[in-house]
Ligand binder design. Structure first.
Ligand code: URA
Length: 274
């Protein structure tokens, strides 16, 4: 294989960043051979990500080679215990059960107002989000902000998160294993924020949360009742196109505008019916 072919093969596999100057042969590491936990170097975590002063770092010490089902069970156990959004955020930041955390530089937990009436769930952090640690701060976030502004909303009135908290390498779609591992955390965020209206932006959050594997074109335009084990009451939910899809397919902005009007109608009606 030629060098450029090898590089192309890496790129196709989503390996687009060198995270170390020297290669590591993980098969040769004695800890792995003996199946001992790989402890996350504390210095690495703090060098890339300064925890918010309000949040105490919680090391959940989940080794990265946990089986997917063990990582999911650990996420569920933690989410069950979280009594506040701050506690949950600290747990997510300390959680090492999702492999994409290893290649990401920041944990991207949320943005906006947890007391907002609307909560939006996107797919996964992209390159810009990975640098800043803020969801939807890149080009699709700029479009999202303009869309929200068109119906009088902004990040002071909505709360935003994603189906996973780390950027998948090469901006690939998060795998089912990654979304299912993060799902208990996402479910608990929704329950702690308890928005009046939940908006699922794009196919990944729709499939993960509504468990519907149909196209957004078919699913959009009506209200669904979203429930999970942490919620006493279901939350009215709308499905719409992801802003990055709208950037690639501007002709769909017309339908997205109808979705925004539905959001506005819902919020206006909720106020008048009190
Ligand atoms: N796309 C998403 O789905 N989420 C982000 O945070 C950024 C881009």
């Amino acid at each position: 294989m030629q060098n450029h072919q090898l590089l192309e093969w890496y790129l196709d596999a989503g390996v687009d960043e060198a995270i170390s100057d020297t290669p590591t042969n993980y098969f040769a590491l004695p800890a792995l051979a003996r199946k001992e936990p790989i402890s996350e170097p504390a210095a690495e975590a703090s060098a890339t990500e300064a925890p918010s002063p309000a949040i105490k770092a919680t090391s959940t010490a989940t080794p990265l080679h946990y089986t997917p089902s063990a990582a999911m069970a650990m996420a569920r156990e933690l989410a069950d215990k979280a009594a506040s959004l701050e506690e949950l955020e600290a747990m997510v930041r300390g959680f090492d059960g999702c492999a994409i955390k290893k290649t990401a530089s920041k944990t991207v937990f949320s943005d906006g107002n947890p007391k907002g009436r609307v909560m939006i769930i996107g797919e996964a952090p992209g390159a810009q989000e990975d640098v800043q640690g803020i969801p939807f701060c890149g080009p699709s976030g700029q479009l999202l902000d303009r869309m929200l502004a068109s119906i009088g909303l902004d990040r002071g009135s909505v709360f935003i998160s994603n189906t996973v908290f780390w950027r998948p390498p090469g901006n690939r779609q998060p795998s089912m294993e990654e979304t299912q591992t993060c799902l208990p955390f996402v479910e608990k965020i929704i329950a702690l924020v308890k928005p009046e209206l939940l908006i699922l932006s794009g196919g990944t959050s729709t499939t993960t949360l509504l468990k519907k594997d149909t196209s957004i074109t078919r699913l959009r335009g009506k209200l669904y009742d979203y429930g999970n084990s942490y919620l006493a009451k279901e939350i009215p939910t709308l499905v719409t196109f992801h802003p990055s899809y709208l950037l690639r397919t501007p002709s769909q902005k017309r339908l997205a505008w109808h979705d925004l009007l539905m959001v506005k109608d819902f919020l206006d009606q909720a106020i008048t019916t009190g």
